[in-house]
Design a protein around this ligand. Structure first.
Ligand SMILES: [Zn+2]
Length: 131
């Protein structure tokens, strides 16, 4: 894929989220992990979504349901509104974002403040609060 990365950094997928999603590189910041997870939703990469979800809150629903859900949505864009902590030296971070998508043709939006934690050098999505 030579296209621009779905997470809208303006970079190509190859230099943006690809290495993180493929496990060749760790996300350095909570924001980078957030972006890679958005991209994984766009690509319906359920393995990556589950692996980057903290085990304590990881959904136990069966993967087929999650995959079906991810594929029923057409993602339209990601907007990072705010980041708190979540830098390389932190172990916790918050990222507020808006993601828009079409579900069965209807425009929808998620506005969430996500919590990320870092353990053994890896960032994980923990949970989020919806607005
Ligand atoms: Zn990206």
């Amino acid at each position: 894929m030579n296209d621009k990365c779905p997470c809208q950094t303006g970079e190509s997928y190859a230099v943006c989220c690809q290495a993180i999603i493929e496990g060749k590189k760790e996300a350095k910041t909570a924001e980078a992990l957030m972006r890679s997870r958005y991209t994984a939703y766009v690509l319906a990469d359920i393995n990556y979504l589950l692996n980057s979800h903290h085990p304590s809150t990881r959904p136990s629903k069966d993967r087929k349901k999650i995959l079906k859900w991810a594929k029923s949505m057409e993602w339209k864009g990601l907007e990072i509104l705010a980041c708190m902590h979540g830098k390389e030296d932190d172990t916790k971070g918050w990222v507020e974002f808006k993601a828009s998508y079409l579900e069965e043709g209807e425009p929808q939006e998620i506005h969430e403040n996500s919590v990320f934690v870092k353990e053994s050098g890896r960032w994980y999505y923990q949970d989020g609060e919806h607005f």
